[in-house]
Ligand binder design. Sequence first.
Ligand SMILES: Nc1ncnc2c1ncn2[C@@H]1O[C@H](COP(=O)(O)OP(=O)(O)O)[C@@H](O)[C@H]1O
Ligand SMILES: O=P(O)(O)OC[C@H]1O[C@](O)(COP(=O)(O)O)[C@@H](O)[C@@H]1O
Length: 304
Amino acid sequence: MIYTVTLNPSIDYVVEVQDLKLGTLNRMERDLKLPGGKGINVSRILSRLGAENTALGFLGGFTGSFIEQFLNKESVRTDFVQISGDTRINIKLKHGEETEINGLGPKIGPDESAALLHKLSTLNGEDIVVLSGSVPPSLGAGFYERLIAVCEQTGARFVIDTTGEALLRALEHRPLLIKPNHHELAELFGVTLESKEDIITYGRKLLEKGAQHVLISMAGEGAFLIAGDKVYHANVPSGTVRNSVGAGDSMIAGFVGTLAQGGDLLEAFRTGVASGSATAFSDDLATGEKIEQLKGQVAISQWS
Ligand SMILES: Nc1ncnc2c1ncn2[C@@H]1O[C@H](COP(=O)(O)OP(=O)(O)O)[C@@H](O)[C@H]1O
Ligand SMILES: O=P(O)(O)OC[C@H]1O[C@](O)(COP(=O)(O)O)[C@@H](O)[C@@H]1O
């Protein structure tokens, strides 16, 4: 079973405004309320791809109820720890470009965090845990390491989608997969990446530091998969971008979901890229049909 962990879920409030003017009244062209948070996005796509999974994490307040009800309507299995605080709202402002304003998230108490750790302690070596998204400040930056320690005790493999120090610290625990985009890769090493060769050089360093598989996504520029001594490149299908929120999570879901269902590495890479692009071309996350439709347009070549 795949378990996604969203420590800091969100209602993604997608708002479209023409000619945004700060400091004055603007009226929305359209708005959309969606369940969000990286792990939840992963679970929604996994379910649409037919990959069995359970969404874990923290939910609370009226915002948490909205998310739980939305996921249940989509038959996404959930087992969230109910908390006293309100789950946050993240604003996704579309005004020609995309501006995101993400909330900090609610306070998580010690009993609440202990309840999540207990849920993870019941897993086993057949399971995959996807740790994804920001950590609410009250849990502390080291909380991902506590979750990883539980995975190591149970034998569950883990995927982590976070950035900076938390990602670097996770590498020595041999994550099954990490997926920084090329900007996050540059920030990780404090360098400017001038070429695709630079991206590969630094992507390989993540493998040397312990990651078993490294996906480097580059938005509309395609993606690299680095595994063992091989590097593969995929182009992205053509299409019109409608909402790229959740594209990275969709890519992770496509990759992990395919592996979990017995697909090989390149099939997983293909499905991951198709899932990311299909979401970018959708208002909400991609449907399974749209992902299948785009898979045929993903060309993969061995880079080295
Ligand atoms: N503009 C785009 N055109 C086509 N596909 C896209 C676009 N933006 C994202 N995608 C797809 O989503 C994947 C992940 O997107 P990216 O923006 O790199 O991740 P993240 O959301 O983690 O930053 C890409 O590899 C690609 O498959
Ligand atoms: O676009 P991505 O990176 O795939 O993730 C989008 C998700 O991440 C979020 O922006 C949350 O990100 P953080 O957890 O890093 O705050 C959600 O609002 C949204 O659903």
